[in-house]
Design a protein around this ligand. Structure first.
Ligand code: CAA
Ligand code: NAP
Length: 249
């Protein structure tokens, strides 16, 4: 594993940070993508330095996942400075919740660009390298709300459920090349994304979770670690639900 490179998009966020720590602990060269227009480079460097002080050897890479050219520049830099990406975790995501009758065009496109078009941009830019190497892992961070829908999330649910079709089709294309492509669909995880929901609505949501609590980022990172490892070699085109029983199928 020592020479394998794992890139987590939106890697300095709530779940991304814990994924990076876990991948570094597993022995990969973990790289956190961030976008310097929303996370200043000085903040990303502090994030990296703090984690290094804790003993996690992580790297950072600037790039806007909504923009193909920006991603191309980022991968070029990663290739020359760290190495070819072997494990891609498509984790960057945003919510812009509103019921459809109030949703703006901007809210629609921002969510589709960040949560879905990013998956094309990054996967397209790593897939040829993975095919040439004969090994690779692509892991899309979808959502329980891509499976079941959610009030105020026509944009987000559309993007997250489209990830399943993408993963299944790409999994077929690269199955013989040693590459697996999967989705993880977290339930509600206690990061700022969920803490931004109005408290009274949050209480209604947690009351619907059979295990009676929100999940932790570690519980998602565990699944990433498994799918990235050789233990996950026979899992492809799958969706792993990690949702405390909120949606069963
Ligand atoms: N569960 C149950 N009831 C909900 C609900 C939910 N998830 N979301 C909204 N409601 C209810 C409200 O309680 C309210 O009920 P009453 O009319 O009985 O009071 C009704 O729906 C309308 O809601 P609002 O008055 O809040 O309507 P609004 O137009 O002001 O706001 C909204 C709309 C921004 C979508 C707001 O309702 C909201 O933030 N809802 C939560 C959306 C949500 O759950 N987002 C998930 C974010 S986390 C995430 O996405 C991570 C992930 O992948 C799991
Ligand atoms: P988060 O803390 O907001 O992390 C998302 C990260 O993506 C942030 O670091 C964000 O940067 C980054 N990002 C946004 N736009 C970007 C862009 N254009 N280019 C590069 N990076 C960008 O939220 P989280 O809870 O960790 O969510 C991580 C993933 O899990 C998301 O895909 C989310 O949809 C999914 N998910 C979360 C939950 C949950 O309950 N929390 C449940 C299911 C699925 P900024 O913070 O600067 O915007």
């Amino acid at each position: 594993m020592a020479n394998k490179v794992a890139l987590v998009t939106g890697g300095t966020g709530g779940i991304g940070t814990v994924m990076c720590k876990r991948l570094a602990k597993d022995g990969y060269k973990a790289v956190a993508n961030y976008y310097s227009k929303v996370v200043p480079t000085a903040d990303a460097e502090k994030w990296r330095d703090d984690l290094r002080k804790e003993g996690y050897d992580v790297h950072i890479a600037d790039g806007d996942v909504t923009n193909f050219a920006s991603c191309a520049d980022m991968f070029k830099k990663i290739n020359s400075e760290i190495g070819q990406v072997d494990i891609l975790v498509n984790n960057a995501g945003i919510t812009r919740d509103a019921p459809l009758h109030k949703m703006t065009e901007q809210q629609w496109y921002d969510v589709i660009n960040t949560n879905l078009n990013s998956v094309f941009n990054c996967s397209r830019l790593v897939i040829e390298g993975m095919i040439a190497k004969g090994w690779g892992r692509i892991i899309n961070i979808s959502s329980v709300n891509g499976q079941k829908g959610a009030y105020g999330q026509t944009n987000y649910s559309s993007a997250k459920s489209a990830m399943y079709g993408f993963a299944k089709s790409l999994a077929l294309e690269v199955a013989k090349k040693g590459i697996t492509v999967n989705c993880i669909s977290p339930g509600y995880i206690g990061t700022s994304m969920v803490m931004a929901i109005k408290e009274e609505i949050r209480e209604k949501i947690v009351a619907q979770v059979p295990v009676g609590r929100f999940g932790s980022p570690e519980e998602i990172a565990n699944m990433v670690s498994y799918l990235a490892s050789d233990l996950g070699a026979y899992i492809t085109g799958a969706n792993m639900a990690v949702n405390g029983g909120l949606h069963m199928y």
